[in-house]
Ligand binder design. Structure first.
Ligand SMILES: [Fe+2]
Length: 212
């Protein structure tokens, strides 16, 4: 018997989303099978990587749908996706470092609870906006990407930010684009912040998945 069983209550009736969610159920069940069958580290490793791929692809699909629908809680929803992606990345890294130290049963409990809870509570909230039953915000201007032929090529990036952070973000972009010491320091600070985020995420995954 699979760990997760699909039922009608998970249907959003948005085809692309439901297909993705079913793929995620299958990916978690594949990890469950790999663990139960005792076929060892390689199969579990493959299953974790496959799950990661499905997660990333699904979040891209879903965020595109939500952005086009002008879903008012888009930023908050996207933040939960980022958070989950960090956990999965950290899980993959911890399993790569030392498979024996990861409690796969705890991983499966976490994944199953997260996904079913996310679909039933967080995802269901956007359904009326996507189906046009509730009116969303106007969708953002479409991003136009130029051909990225080299580091000197300019590309146009358009994205939506919270109004109270717009000036800060514009200032940050201006500073980073400079050719001076400030730009260099900004880049270093960003890399450092990214590293701290990664370390925090690993520490959290260690707690979640029983790593000593
Ligand atoms: Fe979602």
């Amino acid at each position: 018997m699979p760990l997760l069983e699909w039922s009608d209550k998970y249907n959003t009736n948005i085809r692309v989303i439901d297909i993705d969610h079913q793929n995620l159920f299958d990916a978690i069940n594949a990890l469950y099978d790999a663990n139960e069958s005792g076929h060892g580290v390689d199969r579990i490793d493959v299953a974790i990587k496959a799950l990661r791929t499905y997660v990333v692809v699904h979040f891209e699909h879903e965020e595109h749908v939500l952005e086009q629908a002008g879903y008012p809680e888009f930023d908050r929803h996207r933040a939960t996706h980022r958070d989950f992606t960090h956990v999965i990345d950290s899980l993959a890294e911890l399993y790569r470092q030392d498979p024996d130290n990861v409690d796969v049963n705890k991983v499966l409990d976490f994944l199953g609870d997260w996904l079913t809870d996310h679909i039933l509570k967080t995802d269901m909230d956007y359904v009326p906006y996507v189906r046009g039953e509730k009116e969303g915000n106007p969708p953002p201007e479409t991003s136009v990407h130029g051909p990225q032929t080299g580091p000197q090529t300019d590309v146009h990036i358009a994205f939506t930010v919270p109004a109270n952070k717009a000036d800060l973000i514009k200032g940050f972009v201006d500073s980073v684009m400079g050719q001076d010491l400030a730009a260099e320091n900004f880049e270093k600070a960003f890399q450092l912040a990214h590293k701290i985020l990664e370390e925090n995420s690993l520490a959290r995954a260690k707690k979640l998945f029983g790593v000593r």
